[in-house]
Ligand binder design. Structure first.
Ligand SMILES: Nc1ncnc2c1ncn2[C@@H]1O[C@H](COP(=O)(O)OP(=O)(O)OP(=O)(O)O)[C@@H](O)[C@H]1O
Ligand SMILES: [Mg+2]
Length: 233
């Protein structure tokens, strides 16, 4: 399974990466961080060390952007969308793409779909515009698999320990639009999404994630062993 790029390989676009790219998406408090930790543990047990990262804030520049978008002053919707895209562009260029081109497994806590759902559906910008912006920012880099933890906004809020940030503080109808858009994205492309009911026990969810990731890891290792200097990531 290849990564999908806006520009086909060999047509001036980036080279075809060889690793595995998995995004965890969904509403606040759905269990993204918990499931990334569980999958990381499982991968380590298999002898692999994934690159674990997040958006916004997967780089030092990204941390400054994170501060602005989540904890700063009020922002216009378009400015917010551009800042998330800027964070993503730098994150892909300096962390994600180099890692997958080196054959590594990358797990990201939020990616492009969060922009499409939160800035597109939540803020009511045109979702297609927000998607196009992120595809430009990332040169079309999409995950092999997106794990969507579908959570009711009330449930996510009840689980929250910290003070809500700028986006978490939005009212329920905002979060309902976000949730609906995530679900629609997953339903439109079932081959690339694993949608899970975030209300299930942590262990059940972790087992379902492993069941989907295991064959991807197996084919990654098989491909690596065929390369002249390949090996497990
Ligand atoms: N399946 C689950 N059932 C019940 N509680 C859970 C489940 N998964 C995670 N939790 C708990 O819910 C809280 C939020 O989980 P977690 O931080 O993993 O969510 P998140 O999606 O990363 O949240 P955020 O969007 O705020 O980063 C934590 O206290 C965690 O222990
Ligand atoms: Mg989290």
């Amino acid at each position: 399974m290849g990564l999908s790029y806006g520009v086909p390989p060999g047509h001036g676009g980036p080279s075809q990466p060889t690793g595995l790219f998995i995004a965890f998406e969904g509403g606040d408090g759905g269990g993204k961080t918990t499931q990334i930790q569980r999958l990381t543990l499982w991968l380590r047990q298999q002898g692999m060390t994934p690159v674990v990262t997040r958006e916004p804030g997967g780089t030092s520049v990204g941390l400054q952007i994170r501060q602005l978008v989540l904890h700063g002053d009020d922002l216009s919707a378009r400015a917010e969308a551009l800042l998330f895209a800027a964070d993503r562009a730098h994150h892909v260029d300096t962390v994600i793409r180099p890692a997958i081109e080196a054959g590594q497994i990358v797990l990201t806590d939020r990616y492009l779909d969060s922009s499409v759902a939160y800035q597109g559906a939540g803020r009511a910008l045109a979702s297609d515009d927000v998607l196009a912006l992120s595809l430009w920012a990332t040169q079309g880099l999409r995950p092999h698999l997106t794990v969507l933890l579908d959570v009711a906004p009330q449930e996510g809020r009840d689980r929250r320990m910290a003070q809500p940030d700028r986006v978490e503080s939005e009212p329920d109808d905002f979060h309902e639009r976000v949730r609906g858009h995530f679900v629609a994205l997953a339903a439109a492309d079932p081959g690339r999404y694993l949608m899970l009911d975030a209300g299930l026990p942590v262990d059940d969810l972790a087992a379902q994630v492993v069941a989907h990731v295991e064959p991807l890891v197996t084919s990654l290792r098989t491909d690596a062993s065929r390369r002249p200097h390949g090996g497990p990531p």
